[in-house]
Write a protein that binds this ligand. Structure first.
Ligand code: GLC
Length: 617
């Protein structure tokens, strides 16, 4: 006997992919309980994404903190983890899939074998013939390649681009200088095409501020961060206080967000920093009146890591003031909280606050509408799982060659000693950063703060030099060349590669900007008897003493080039010219800092825009 198809078997509108997004949002929202809505507003860390959290309580999003990764960090481990989480989420009462977010900030840098591109500060150096005529095409291509590698691991969302206009990158004591493109707002604005690469280019008639994604298979949701003024804190203190007028905040730090919002950026991350003493995470004026009102942003705002915890010190006697942090942040306009470990406490506190009338239901509905809108647009309802056909894209040759191009174009050189000869008898390569993939990638690579060593496949600078010289050339390598080697080696020239250890965020705040590991001494010893090229691998300008500068024959700022060292060799040996010019001031002494282009006493070692070519006299 045929079973009557009950009315209840009809597909609910929110599960109908052909229905308009806003109709799907309204239908699903109407079906949700307060507790289910509250759960959608939480982002938890992958290590606590349990069956209870995802299937029973319905957490809306999961992330991996910097360095947190499954198994051997291979693409297959990532897809296995995330597909498993989606299966749990889809088994919840309403079957709302999670959005998984990760910091793919210079390629898919958490994944072993992924292509790791130069960090943003290196990408900000490239411009066409004349200063200021930026060509952001390269950034868009890097965004596209990153999106493909992120999708290949089953992830729909990256916390990039960082569009901090680093006012303090002219004050390189800030540990996040390398995450921004430049101190010049116009340059940063022109490079927000990385968001277009990640999400795709919206059509001309796309509604302003509405989230956009061109392709579920090949694009990922972007996240413009950290809103707003993170790069302008006093004395370069990470998560510090940006003291400036609203006009300066809007004209300098907010400018890149206008472009990202116009390009349909799906999410914005609030900054840990303060504006004139008010924490961004509870600043209603900037999060709601400006970002959502004046700028018309219709995606959702996510907090930074434990960002609301900083809104109040824990009250020792009564435990924490977490309920107060939640109330202040959501009433200011936050939509999702990057918790990451306090999910059930968060859930209880939020439900209590709404039932007590401390947070209006309209605010909860606005936040959940925004989150659901982005989820429907991301395609995660129709395509919650990874696509195995994409796995081979991770670290593919095409992306490596793109990274070569980016590395080539990210370097600046001081004077014409280059190109290096390839047909000489013997050369010396030395320095801590000559043969270390981890050091040349910098922070946010495999580990949160990065790490030295062969942390992921790639080509070190030494390996690239060996591949580039002629067969008759002997390459002698010593991490720290000895006096004996220097004196007796009879080298045609030496390449000394020095720089910083990797770091991220506050860990990178420094007041001493000397070259670590006595790099200056090594340079002086080598250059005193051998024609010497120095390559500096760093996320900011470092101290280069005058006497060092006078003894060497050429200087290249390689910034943090990533896995593809061949891109450096391409320029060193003349296969491609240097086209990079400094995106930031290179200070003469830390005593000068902060040192900004336009200052009355502007006397840097190298000014913004400095850079020489080999073949163009
Ligand atoms: C960090 C960073 C932010 C990152 C987030 C998640 O604290 O400030 O840039 O996206 O946490 O890792």
């Amino acid at each position: 006997m045929a079973t009557a198809v009950a009315q209840g078997d009809a597909l609910p509108p929110y599960k109908d992919a052909s229905a308009p997004v806003e109709a799907r949002v309204r239908d699903l929202l109407a079906r949700m309980t307060l507790r289910e809505k509250a759960a959608q507003m939480a982002q938890i860390e992958r290590t606590v994404a349990s069956a209870r959290a995802l299937a029973e309580l319905g957490a809306g999003s999961v992330l991996n903190g910097g360095g947190s990764a499954p198994g051997d960090r291979s693409p297959a481990c990532w897809t296995g983890m995330i597909d498993g989480m989606q299966r749990l989420a889809l088994s919840s009462r309403l079957g709302v899939p999670i959005l998984y977010g990760t910091d793919a900030v210079h390629g898919h840098n958490n994944v072993y074998g992924a292509t790791v591109f130069p960090h943003n500060v290196g990408l900000g150096t490239w411009r066409r013939r004349s200063i200021g005529s930026m060509d952001p095409e390269l950034l868009r291509k890097i965004g596209e390649a990153t999106a493909l590698e992120v999708r290949a691991t089953g992830i729909h969302w990256t916390f990039a681009p960082c569009v901090a206009v680093t006012e303090v990158c002219r004050d390189p004591r800030w540990g996040r200088c390398y995450e921004s493109y430049s101190e010049d707002p116009e340059m940063v604005r022109s490079l927000t095409t990385s968001a277009t690469g990640l999400q795709g280019q919206p059509p001309a008639d796309h509604p302003h501020g509405y989230p956009f994604l061109a392709s579920v298979r090949e694009k990922v949701l972007a996240c413009a961060k950290h809103f707003v003024g993170d790069g302008g804190t006093d004395s370069g203190i990470n998560e510090g206080n940006t003291i400036c007028s609203y006009n300066d905040l809007e004209n300098i730090h907010m400018a890149p967000y206008l472009d990202c919002i116009a390009q349909g950026v799906a999410t914005v991350m609030a900054s840990h920093s303060q504006w004139n003493g008010e924490r961004l995470h509870s600043c209603r004026y900037l999060l709601t009146d400006v970002l959502k009102g004046k700028l018309g942003f219709k995606g959702f705002v996510i907090s930074d890591w434990e960002g609301i915890d900083k809104l109040c010190a824990p009250r020792v006697a009564q435990g924490s003031d977490y309920w107060y942090c939640i109330k202040q942040s959501f009433n200011a306009g936050m939509d999702m909280i990057m918790i990451p470990y306090r999910f059930e406490e968060f859930l209880e506190d939020l439900v209590f606050l709404v039932e007590a009338g401390e947070i209006p239901m309209s605010r909860i509905d606005d936040a959940v509408e925004r989150i659901l809108r982005v989820k429907f647009i991301s395609g995660v309802f129709e395509h919650p799982f990874s696509d195995p056909s994409l796995l081979d894209i991770v670290g593919c040759k095409e992306h490596q060659l793109l990274a070569h191009e980016a590395v080539r174009k990210s370097m600046n050189q001081k004077e014409p000693f280059l190109p290096l000869a390839t047909n000489v008898k013997r050369i010396l390569v030395t320095g801590t950063h000559a043969d270390d993939i981890g050091l040349q990638c910098g922070g946010w690579t495999i580990g949160w703060n990065g790490e030295s060593g062969k942390i992921t496949p790639g080509t070190s600078i030494l390996e690239a030099i060996k591949e580039s010289v002629g067969v008759q050339t002997e390459v002698v390598y010593e991490a720290c060349a000895t006096e004996a080697t220097i004196a007796t080696g009879q080298f045609s020239y030496a390449v000394v590669v020095v720089g910083e250890v990797p770091y991220a965020e506050t860990v990178g705040d420094r007041t001493d900007l000397s070259i670590p590991f006595n790099g200056s001494d090594l340079i002086t010893h080598v250059a005193s008897t051998i024609p010497t090229l120095v390559i500096v691998v760093s996320g900011r300008s470092l101290d280069i003493e005058t006497q060092v500068l006078e003894t060497i024959d050429a200087l290249v700022a390689a910034w943090l080039p990533g896995t593809e060292g061949m891109g450096i060799a391409d320029c060193l040996f003349g296969h491609h010219d240097f086209v990079g010019t400094l995106p930031v001031t290179w200070h003469r002494s830390v005593d000068q800092l902060p040192l900004n282009a336009g200052d009355a006493n502007y006397d840097p070692l190298f000014p913004v825009g400095y850079g020489l070519k080999m073949f163009e006299k």
